[in-house]
Design a protein around this ligand. Structure first.
Ligand code: F6P
Length: 545
């Protein structure tokens, strides 16, 4: 392949399938069908220590993978033969690597410190950026502290007891996950609520339970144009009007705006000093580290929020500095590529053994699938290999009593990431021992399998099912931040190797446009819909009459 004028400088003449490593991996994949993970341990007694590593307080054991030493070395070669290194430097130095939107990708700057930038040519610019971020985070600190300390008053002079974050996608999932994960640190007198779906039943039933005098709406939207968010905000405004007689609640102390589009927020009526801004180079699904994370800071306190940023920064530095063979995001990314591109896995599961991480799979669905669900390369060519995997999951032990049957005895290969915390202050010794014991048993059983007793083939466990274990020392704000940054960078590495733009989301536009067209017309006849949709439209109307 030759570089076109559209080819970014970090990926000249690159197509993953043309690399020597890709071709070798295709051969190894054929051999892998006859290989058994347990044999790898017999052949190499050092495997478990060789295929594990620590980063801060996160320990990764990736030894239970269907990956021979030889395959592993070739996967590392694939990373070396890809534009990963140049691409990573381009991202951290602020180049506009999101080419289809002509934007830099700098969520890492939200957790950076002055002097972090290792690319000397970009150091000064980077330091300026860090200063801007610190200013913006200063507002997060001021507002969150005022709310937490009871100094932020509603229109009738009462302190805030409930914060309703209205946002969707990245303006919802990250804050919602963080508040749930870090509930150990939650403010005892302030309850967080998250409204995302345009389903009116969600917001109406939530508002019904709240006292408008002590409720604050955090209107979170990078663009301040998102249909669902604006409709939910309108319903909240009507609620303030109906209950408190407060017209234009958006301009009162009951609303703050979290956005990269100050102009739109101002036009909406949010007072200037109640708009907490972040930069347009922060992608929506990477925005929990910005003012979009206000609800996190309100819940766990600004100091813990800063700890979360510090954990993410630790992972950023690790990602930038560690050699590929010892680089956690690179390792997870390569394993994912091995299963999806070479062994035909159609999906990947994330199973946290921690109920507070229940929302982790949903969060990762946006992070991973919105980022890497692409079929066009960065130079505009169609890909002829698989890209983003289908990610799904649920907490253990609940999942064990639901879909683990398929994982153990089904026909499909589903590589798994198990995630847990070794110490849990909110649990007790007995519960935690049982919880972690279950996780270890599942990972081991999936790998080892078991022969069926004579005449009972249905009791055969084939084993050889791969998994990683990500063990946090504790679910602290810092470790949580590092865990999320780990997955962000894993997605980045995969995007680099697949040669796609992980930072746009054009795929969601068509559906939005068609919904707007459809809603603009009250009758199916006036729209240019396909026959099936026209019939459904008519059926709904008939049901509603
Ligand atoms: O679904 C598309 C998307 O643009 C996401 O990337 C984003 O997180 C979400 O919509 C919400 O966008 P906004 O924060 O601008 O309301």
């Amino acid at each position: 392949m030759t570089a076109t004028s559209n080819t970014p400088h970090y990926a000249p003449n690159y197509t993953p399938t043309a690399t020597a490593a890709w071709k070798t991996l295709q051969q190894y994949a054929q051999q892998a069908t006859g290989q058994n993970i347990t044999d790898f341990f017999t052949d190499n007694p050092q495997r478990s220590s060789q295929m594990s590593l620590q980063c801060g307080e996160i320990f990764l054991d990736y030894s239970k993978n269907l990956v021979s030493d030889q395959t592993w070395q070739t996967l590392l070669e694939l990373a070396a033969q890809s534009p990963l290194e140049r691409h990573r430097a381009a991202m951290f130095s602020g180049e506009k690597i999101n080419t289809t939107e002509d934007r830099a990708v700098l969520h890492a700057a939200l957790r950076a410190e002055i002097g972090d930038q290792s690319v000397a040519s970009a150091a000064e610019e980077s330091d300026q950026r860090v200063r801007l971020v610190k200013q913006q985070l200063n507002s997060v600190e001021l507002v969150s502290e005022k709310i937490r300390s009871g100094q932020w008053l509603g229109s009738t002079g009462k302190a805030i007891t409930d914060v309703v974050n209205i946002g969707i996608g990245g303006s919802d999932l990250g804050p919602k996950l963080a508040c749930s994960a870090l509930q150990e640190y939650a403010h005892p007198g302030i309850t967080l609520h998250f409204i995302s779906n345009v389903d009116g039943a969600e917001i109406l039933t939530t508002l019904q339970k709240l006292n408008p005098e002590t409720t604050l709406v955090a209107l979170a939207s990078k663009t301040f144009t998102t249909q669902e968010t604006l409709l939910n905000a309108k319903t909240a405004r009507n609620w303030f009007a109906d209950t408190l007689g407060l017209e234009n609640a958006q301009s009162s102390s009951h609303f703050v705006g979290l956005t990269a589009n100050r102009e739109n927020a101002l036009a909406y009526g949010i007072p200037d000093d109640q708009i907490l801004e972040f930069a347009e180079w922060v992608g929506g699904r990477y925005s929990l580290w910005s003012s979009i994370g206000l609800s996190i800071a309100i819940s766990i306190g600004y100091q813990n929020f800063v700890e979360m940023l510090a954990g993410a920064r630790e992972m950023d530095l690790h990602f930038q500095q560690a050699p590929a063979a010892e680089n956690m995001p690179v390792i997870l990314a390569l394993l994912g590529i091995w299963y999806s591109n070479f062994l035909g896995a159609q999906s990947t599961a994330v199973i946290p053994y921690c109920e507070r991480l229940l929302l982790l799979p949903s969060y990762l669905q946006q992070l991973d699938m919105e980022s890497n669900g692409k079929s066009t390369t960065v130079d505009g060519k169609p890909v002829d290999y698989q890209t983003g995997a289908i990610l799904w999951g649920q907490t253990g032990t609940n999942g064990q009593h639901a879909f683990f049957q398929l994982l153990h005895q089904g026909t499909r290969m589903v590589p798994i990431d198990f995630v847990a915390a070794a110490v849990d202050n909110l649990s007790n010794e007995e519960h935690h021992r049982v919880l972690l014991g279950n996780m270890l048993a599942q990972a081991s059983a999936l790998m080892s399998g078991q022969e069926a007793p004579e005449g009972e083939p249905y009791r055969h466990y084939p084993g050889n099912k791969p998994s990683n274990v990500l063990m946090l020392k504790k679910l602290t704000a810092k470790n949580f931040g590092a865990l999320i940054a780990l997955y962000e960078h894993k997605v980045f590495v995969q995007g680099s190797i697949w040669n796609i733009n992980s930072f746009d989301q054009w795929g969601v536009e068509l559906g939005k446009k068609m919904a707007n067209q459809l809603l603009a017309s009250d009758s199916a006849d006036q729209t240019e819909l396909d026959p099936s949709t026209t019939a459904l439209f008519a059926h709904i109307k008939a049901c509603q009459e």
